[in-house]
Design a binder for this molecule. Structure first.
Ligand SMILES: O=C[C@H](O)[C@H](O)COP(=O)(O)O
Ligand SMILES: C=C(OP(=O)(O)O)C(=O)O
Length: 362
């Protein structure tokens, strides 16, 4: 029997609402899938370490790496096991955070991620999506690996944000007041992307706005609408992701970004996303971009505190075709680097940090 409540037949309200279904409450989901003390330590240590890197107290490089999106939790966990092992071996130079993205902002239309449509078939089983997402996050934390998520829907964070050490606001929402307000209340550092047209000032403005207190509407643990007042998030930062016009990871753009941040009275630091506009969405370009960044890092370039990579078990991407089996470990959104290429790229970045350290020690 369906619990779905038929939409109002009222001729004034809900004219475009076809269906309203019950949503599990954040408290209920957390009760079913609680964060253990050990997992909470991974989350908070991860947040503290990322903040220390952003503020220059830790000279490692932050690397946010993982699939463009999670569509198969089993494949994501297989990837996480490999990454957790590698993260340990390069842990002196890199703070690796796994990219575990469940929400996809689309340019027009398309699959919007595991939470929205976990069966990938337009059945939109959101409660199931939330459960799968939270369970996967807990499984990854059990490996000792901190995670990073993009926050897109303003209600979703209540269900998963206690598991997240680094958050992102994407290029399509960096200018949105709703997402700036949300960032101001989130408990972890938030990377905010430049606009899809390449506008970096939008991200700088977002970092400034998210650093302040806001009052807005949201939901409580019990799932009731409420008025929230935030304190402002001091750990927001810019992510340079290039644009449809081309890359923006060159030294001149990083220096200009630092000037924009300083003029706004904000800390001068940024992460470079080696994918998206910086790779022209060609996954084979990501190691090249990361290699160039590594050389500049080793040479002591200032301001660059982190790198993002889109990577999965198998390189490239595939389309979802009804009735056909998907290739295990390959992206169904943007093309990703292979595991092998990821491993060598992370070692290159780790080597650059070691060389920078050696040069600084004289
Ligand atoms: O990172 C993923 C995509 O670049 C982003 O969600 C936009 O995708 P689309 O342009 O294919 O909709
Ligand atoms: C959607 C993403 O990126 P952007 O917002 O830069 O397009 C992403 O990182 O998944």
């Amino acid at each position: 029997m369906s619990l779905a409540i038929p939409a109002s037949t009222d001729s004034v309200r809900d004219r475009h609402i076809a269906e309203i279904r019950p949503l599990v409450s954040p408290a209920l989901l957390r009760d079913e899938l609680p964060l253990s003390d050990d997992a909470a330590r991974v989350v908070t240590t991860g947040r503290d370490e990322v903040t220390d890197i952003l503020d220059g107290r830790d000279d490692r490089l932050l690397v946010v790496v993982g699939p463009c999106s999670v569509h198969d939790p089993d494949a994501a966990l297989t990837y996480a096991r490999r990454l957790a092992e590698l993260a340990q071996s390069v842990g002196t130079e890199l703070r690796i955070v796994m990219r575990v993205y469940f929400e996809k902002p689309r340019t027009t239309l398309g699959w919007k991620g595991l939470i929205n449509d976990p069966e990938l078939d337009g059945s939109f089983q959101v409660n199931k999506g939330l459960r799968l997402a939270r369970k996967l996050l807990l499984d990854i934390l059990d490996l000792g690996l901190p995670v990073g998520c993009e926050f897109l829907d303003p209600i979703t964070p209540q269900y998963i944000s206690d598991t997240v050490s680094w958050g992102s606001i994407g290029a399509r929402t960096a200018q949105s007041q709703v997402h700036r307000q949300l960032s101001s209340g989130l408990s972890m550092p938030i990377g905010i992307k430049n606009g899809t047209d390449g506008d970096v000032q939008v991200a700088v403005d977002a970092v400034a706005a998210a650093g302040s207190s806001h009052v807005f509407t949201g939901i409580t643990d019990g799932g009731l609408a409420a008025i929230l007042r935030t304190t402002g998030n001091p750990d927001c930062h810019v992510v340079l992701r290039g644009s449809s016009a081309g890359p923006n990871y060159d030294a001149a753009t990083i220096a200009t970004t630092m000037d924009l941040l300083r003029s706004a009275g904000l800390p001068a630091r940024a992460i470079v996303d080696a994918s998206h506009g910086n790779s022209g969405k060609d996954h084979r370009r990501q190691p090249v971009v990361a290699g160039e960044l590594a050389e500049r890092l080793a040479g002591g370039e200032q301001g660059l505190v982190g790198v993002m990579l889109e990577s999965f078990l198998v390189e490239g991407r595939q389309n979802v075709v009804a009735g056909e089996e998907l290739r295990y470990g390959q992206s169904i959104t943007d093309a990703c680097m292979s595991w092998e290429s990821t491993e060598s790229t992370l070692r290159t970045l780790a080597d650059a940090v070691a060389r920078r350290r050696g040069a600084a020690a004289g």
